[in-house]
Write a protein that binds this ligand. Structure first.
Ligand code: FES
Length: 258
């Protein structure tokens, strides 16, 4: 463990752990749109930028993305210095021009006092901020069904050739973790559709509620050694079953002790 100073407070941190983890532990609110605990950091959004210096840097400081900067002894970190806030405002300004219709971007920009972009608004801009969380999570799950495609303004996330991706199992990891809700899907009855691909949803054998897609259940039982039948009961019924069993064990223990 080493000592570092964050916003004037001395804290202990593991040498080598990323600054953003320490900042988050301290519950300091630093925007980090492309960060997700489950995947390797990418440093794409630049919003987690902080100012760092050390006693022996003779007054010099530099700006680093905290999600990618490893802790070093004696670092002095400012998460909201005037210059850091100005950098974040500039990034928000650019985001607002590129994604004028994203409520998530509007809200974040507003928190930094950016109500209107000073750049030309890209009227046909979509809500994909190219954070890469969806593709990294999909890769981490082992599917590799989507990737970042295109260039410049046209860059976005999509499956190969924009066709239903053969490797997608309809798990929704991409859509549920997208910070701007760009990835659309629909669940209707026992049919899920995402990336123009249809999936059959399994129905709970006890209450009839849908659980997960057949493809995802097959993938999990094949690769994670979870029996397929497990996915034929929904979470609520699993919980109910567990609580009933616990009740029976408690009653039996009480009986045995009396
Ligand atoms: S969270 Fe660090 S660059 Fe996006």
């Amino acid at each position: 463990m080493v000592n570092i100073t964050i916003n004037g407070k001395i804290v202990q941190a593991e040498e080598g752990e990323m600054l953003l983890s320490v900042i988050r532990r301290l519950k300091i609110d630093v925007p980090a749109l492309c960060h997700h605990e489950a995947v390797e950091p990418l440093g794409a959004c630049r919003l987690c930028m902080v100012e760092i210096t050390k006693e022996d840097w003779n007054g010099w400081s530099k700006f680093v993305t905290s999600c990618l900067y490893p802790v070093e002894p004696d670092l002095i970190v400012l998460t909201h210095s005037d210059q850091v806030n100005e950098i974040r405002r500039t990034i928000m300004d650019l985001y607002l021009a590129r994604h004028p219709n994203s409520p998530e971007i509007q809200k974040l920009a507003e928190e930094y006092g950016v109500l209107k972009t000073s750049y030309e608004v890209q009227v046909d801009g979509d809500n994909c901020i190219l954070c890469g969380i969806c593709t990294r999570i999909c890769d981490a799950m082992g599917f590799h069904a989507i990737s970042l495609v295109g260039r410049g303004h046209g860059k976005t996330v999509a499956p190969p050739l924009d066709e239903p991706p053969p490797d997608c199992t309809g798990c929704l990891s991409c859509a549920l973790n997208c910070p701007t809700n760009f990835i659309e899907f629909s669940d209707q009855g026992n049919k899920r559709t995402i990336w123009k691909k249809d999936f059959e949803m399994l129905a709970c054998v006890k209450c009839g509620a849908t659980t997960i897609t057949r493809e995802f259940a097959e993938f999990l039982s094949r690769n994670r050694d979870i029996p397929f039948e497990y996915f034929e009961t929904c979470d609520a019924c699993h919980r109910k079953e567990t609580s009933l069993s616990m009740g029976r064990i408690a009653a039996w223990t009480k009986e045995a002790q009396s």
